[in-house]
Every structure is written in C-alpha cells, then in structure tokens.
Design a protein around this ligand. Structure first.
Ligand code: PGA
Length: 252
C-alpha cells in the first residue's frame, strides 16, 4: 500500500509567530483524530523550521522546507543547505516547484543536484513537475513531464528513489483557481507511474506516491483524490486556512 500524503506549501507567507501559531492549530486538530488516512506535512519558510521541530515533536504532523541549496556548503551567500535543513529536524523538502523553476531559473541539472544532496542528508524529497498552459495546449505535456522526471530524478538508485514523492502540478492550475479535472490528473499520474515503472520496475512504481497540486480545495479534493493513481496533494493557497487544509486532508 503506498503512502497517502497531503502537504501544505505555505510559500512566502506568515511571519514566525503567525506560522508557529498556525502549525499548532493544525497539530492540535490532528492529534484528536485517529482516522486520518494521510500523512500531513507542512512545508514552510526556513525560519519556522526549528520552532516546528519543538512544537510538532509529540504529534503526527511532519514538516519540511520548500527549497534547498544545490551545493553542500561554502561561499553561497543567502543559501540554506540540505544538511542545515536536516539539522533543524525537518523531514521533507520540496524541490523543483514551478515558481523556483520560473522565477529563479532552476533547471533540471540544478534540481537533480538539489535532490541528490537532500537524499544524501536523509530528507524526503517532494519533487514537482508539470507543464505550462502553452505546452498543454500544444499537446506536449507528456513530453515535458517525462523530460523533467528523466533529468531530475532518473539517475537515482532504487534505494535513493524510495525517498522521493512526485508532485504533478500543472503550472496553469497553480494559484489560478483553474484545476485539472480528475480525469486529466489521473491520466498524467498514470503516465508518471508508467515512467517510474519503465525505469525502476512495476513493484517499485506501485509504491511511489504521486501527489496532485494546483488549486486543490475542499470542493474538488475528494474527487481528485479518489482517482487510483492520485495519492494525495500538494496544497498552496488552501493550506493557509485551517478549515480548508484540514478538510482537504480529510478528503483522502
Ligand atoms: P495552489 O498552489 O494550491 O495555490 O494552486 C499549489 C502549489 O503551488 O504547490
């Protein structure tokens, strides 16, 4: 049985006090629930991580970052390494989010370096892939996602790939209110699993969690999560509202 995961991506939101207060509310909510089927992960700005380690240590909620450096240490002003993330107690890191690819020009090669460093530092990687609107309209979305996965992930050993969760996030659906239909999500998730199968074998592919991200909300989550190859979600905007985020987790 592969793992179901719902991860919140806070992006650049919430100062230290706001973030810790919010995480405490989420933690409290899930402490009282015995029937939650998904692992809940909060991916926050770096500043929250040490505080979250303290706050979440007795609970069920996991946490991580939204990025890490592509080098392990040294003269890289402003960067935070995978080893530093690990030292806070973080368990996860998002790599390859489309906002990083677009605004910070992170290419496949750099994302592969980040992924390798994260795994070497014993972090789990939520690796994002997805096409822009023009690529979907042209019908090249499968080619684009295949290239992102081949270049970003497929040099990993089987053992290392066990630390990877894939998030399919069509860029045209992120923060736009447009969501992929459950059928579009299923079609791409199935394709992603087939690529993993071709590279790592069928048994392995069946155990890889593939999350959907892009304007996921309480009103559409259940329908998307019900698809056989969708194993949860990476949630942006709706992860900043307690009721919405909790409802999405419970939609699994
Ligand atoms: P959204 O963002 O849920 O606000 O569309 C998803 C993401 O960027 O991970």
């Amino acid at each position: 049985m592969r793992k179901k995961i719902v991860a919140g991506n806070w992006k650049m939101n919430m100062d230290l006090a706001e973030g810790l207060r919010f995480a405490e509310l989420i933690d409290q909510y899930f402490k009282d629930k015995s029937m939650v089927k998904a692992e809940v992960v909060l991916c926050t700005p770096f500043i929250h991580l040490p505080g979250l380690a303290e706050l979440l240590k007795q609970g069920k909620v996991a946490f991580g970052a939204q990025n890490c450096a592509s080098e392990s240490s040294g003269a890289y002003t402003g960067e935070v390494s995978a080893g530093m993330l690990k030292s806070t107690g973080a368990q996860y890191v998002i790599i390859g989010h489309s906002e990083r690819r677009t605004y910070y020009h992170e290419d496949d090669n750099m994302l592969n370096k980040k992924t390798v460093l994260a795994i070497n530092n014993d972090l789990k990687v939520i690796f994002c892939c997805g096409e822009i609107l023009k690529e979907r309209e042209e019908g090249s979305h499968f080619i684009v996602v295949k290239r992102q996965l081949e270049r970003g992930l497929f040099n990993l050993s089987t053992e290392d790939f066990e630390k990877v969760v894939i998030a399919y996030e069509p860029v045209w659906a992120i923060g736009t209110g447009l969501t992929a239909t459950p059928e579009q999500a299923q079609e791409m998730h199935k394709y992603i699993r087939s690529l993993v199968k071709d590279r790592y074998g069928i048994e392995f592919a069946e155990n890889v969690s593939v999350l959907y991200g892009g304007s996921c909300k309480p009103s559409n989550a259940a329908e998307i999560f019900a698809k056989p190859d969708v194993d949860g979600g990476l949630i942006g905007g709706a992860s900043l509202k307690k009721e919405d985020f909790c409802a999405i987790v419970e939609a699994i």
